[in-house]
Write a protein that binds this ligand. Structure first.
Ligand SMILES: Nc1ncnc2c1ncn2[C@@H]1O[C@H](COP(=O)(O)OP(=O)(O)O)[C@@H](O)[C@H]1O
Ligand SMILES: [Mg+2]
Length: 259
């Protein structure tokens, strides 16, 4: 089995008196989609933001490419090649696709400011490399895009920067059936291109279909970390709602104590 690209060991995170993550172990493998599932409030977004350097873990170890690292800011995460696509897509309606994809990043290459044509070309090739064909022009304003296209642009923005790990927090939550399909296909292609992909989703059918591994969080603890092939819908639903299923999951006593 390949080594994880990103590995977290025994991560704890509290907000004031409330402990949200308890000794969380989490691994992301290159070329795989790792689904992160759990009920509302289980700690999924907190875990993602801790990986993204937005929150700082109270304790725990991080390794990237097998080497110990610290991630204390979004910049440190980005320098490692970790990118996050958030639930509430941070795209600006009044700007076009190219402007959005380069927003907030110095559009420079080796200290040289990139010109509009170069940025346009990079936006176009990135979308093409993701086999995105539904966007007509990269000079279209984002306001004119459908929900699925917006999600696609947000994902393309995340992979524009030689990223190696992409975390997607509920990328299909607001999408219809056809658009969800497009985004799931794109998620799969990111992994097939060798990226380590983390997918948070409430749709367990989608999760089972698109992911290679499933990590289930229950009240801030890892209830299970298993290959998607070896799991099924009812088992995952049990892990999410009860923290355990059959022989796997959190011992009842531990679950009761943290509830
Ligand atoms: N910034 C914060 N301050 C205080 N509590 C927080 C903060 N962010 C999240 N929480 C709490 O942490 C728990 C997990 O939240 P979250 O990570 O958003 O869960 P999920 O994404 O799985 O729904 C919730 O009880 C939530 O209220
Ligand atoms: Mg969340």
């Amino acid at each position: 089995m390949t080594d994880p690209l990103l590995e977290l060991r025994s991560v704890n995170k509290s907000f004031g008196p409330v402990q949200v993550l308890h000794d969380v172990d989490f691994r992301v493998y290159p070329g795989q989609v790792t689904a992160l599932v759990g009920d509302n409030g289980a700690g999924k977004s907190t875990l993602v933001k801790t990986i993204a350097g937005i929150y700082r873990a109270d304790s725990g170890d991080f390794a990237f490419d097998g080497k110990p690292v610290t991630i204390h800011s979004p910049k440190e995460a980005a320098d490692l090649g970790i990118e996050v696509v958030y639930q509430d897509l941070a795209l600006c309606d009044n700007l076009d696709i190219v402007q959005n994809m380069f927003l907030g990043r110095e559009a420079t290459s080796g200290g040289v400011v990139l010109d509009e044509l170069t940025m346009e070309e990079r936006a176009r090739t990135t979308l093409a490399s993701l086999s995105v064909r539904t966007v007509k022009s990269v000079r279209q304003s984002v306001a004119s895009l459908s929900g699925g296209q917006r999600q696609t642009v947000a994902i393309a923005k995340a992979v524009l920067w030689n990223s190696r790990v992409v975390l997607l927090d509920e990328p299909t939550a607001a999408l219809g059936v056809a658009q969800t399909r497009q985004v799931l296909d794109l998620v799969r292609r990111l992994a097939d291109a060798g990226l380590g992909v983390v997918l948070i989703s409430h749709n367990m059918v989608d999760v089972l279909e698109v992911s290679d591994r499933i990590t289930a969080l229950y009240l801030g603890r890892v209830a299970a970390d298993l290959p998607a092939k070896e799991s099924n819908l009812s088992q995952i639903v049990e892990l999410i709602t009860a923290g355990r299923s059959g022989d796997i999951g959190i011992p009842a006593a531990t679950a009761a104590e943290s509830a």
